[in-house]
Design a protein around this ligand. Structure first.
Ligand code: PLP
Length: 283
């Protein structure tokens, strides 16, 4: 596999990053994951805009213009022959002598991109079967709107879910669901789609923004507010969204079936609409 590191395209075995990199020592880094379907990027503009925002919130700037970044994505897709898969991008504050204070302005950022081939990404078994989730306390830091690489707690959450025989975890703060370990969380009550309002408590999902826009365009009712696990267990449907899972139904929460315990109609419809429109506008 060819990967991108600081301006160079290299075989992955030859790609290296300093042990003093602040991404490694302090998780002082942000990332994006963009999906690829049919060799094209899904919502690249959304991911580039969020990258710019995440970097800005941490006092960093874009390593290159969005169009140049798109070219890097395209070159990796082409060189690695990616039909369906993901592109991971990480930008760190760079390598400097270990110190909590940020290094001097002008320290070169580290920029890494790599591809992951995922044949059949858009027809995963989870889309048909639905996911089982458990609830866990949200023990992450308070700026979840910045897409940093501090993913240890979400990683532990996935392991807790696995240990409990489930697929994923929904995190709960002050009695209300924030989001999934790597996705945004939704319920459907009546015909209304409910998902948590934006704020510093959750990541502003690029898929979330697209799905809510498409739902409104299809005359579906959307309400942005927080909800409890009890409300979710009593809902007609539940689902998640993310760049890598698109729209995926949730059929069980803490052992309680959602609806009749099978994927819901509205989630299925939204997945269809999302995939159709995203492929049509892919770049
Ligand atoms: N929330 C969290 C915590 C995430 O890690 C992710 C994606 O990785 C999402 C939500 C979904 O965001 P997006 O739709 O931009 O992939």
């Amino acid at each position: 596999r060819t990967v991108y590191v600081n301006g160079e395209y290299l075989p992955e075995e030859r790609a290296t990053v300093s042990i003093f990199d602040r991404g490694f020592l302090f998780a002082d880094a942000v990332y994006e994951v963009t999906s690829v379907l049919g060799g094209k990027l899904i919502d690249f503009d959304g991911h580039a805009a969020r990258l710019d925002r995440s970097l800005g919130e941490l006092g960093m700037s874009m390593p290159m213009e969005a169009e140049a970044l798109r070219d890097v994505h395209h070159r990796l897709v082409a060189e690695n022959g990616i039909e369906d898969g993901l592109i991971y991008l990480q930008v760190t504050r760079g390598a400097a002598d270990r110190d909590f204070a940020f290094p001097e302005a002008g320290t070169a950022q580290t920029v890494v991109l790599f591809t992951q081939s995922k044949p059949g990404l858009a027809d995963s078994p989870a889309a048909k079967m639905g996911l089982k989730v458990i609830s866990i306390p949200d023990a992450r830091w308070g700026r979840r709107d910045i897409k940093t690489v501090q993913l240890l707690y979400p990683s532990m959450g996935k392991m807790m879910a696995k240990a409990a025989g489930a697929d994923d975890a929904w995190m709960v703060e002050d009695g209300h669901v924030t989001e999934g370990t790597s996705n945004n969380a939704y319920i459907v009550t009546g015909r209304k789609i409910v998902t948590r309002q934006l704020g510093q408590e959750i990541l502003h999902g690029i898929t979330r923004a697209a799905v809510l826009r498409m739902a409104r365009e299809a005359q579906m009712e959307v309400e942005e507010r927080s909800f409890t696990i009890e409300e979710a267990q009593a809902a007609d449907e539940a689902f998640i969204t993310s760049a890598s899972s698109f729209v995926t139904p949730v059929v069980e929460i803490d052992g309680a079936k959602v609806g009749d315990g099978t994927p819901g109609k509205i989630a299925a419809r939204l997945r269809e609409i999302y995939l159709e429109e995203s492929k049509r506008t892919a770049s």
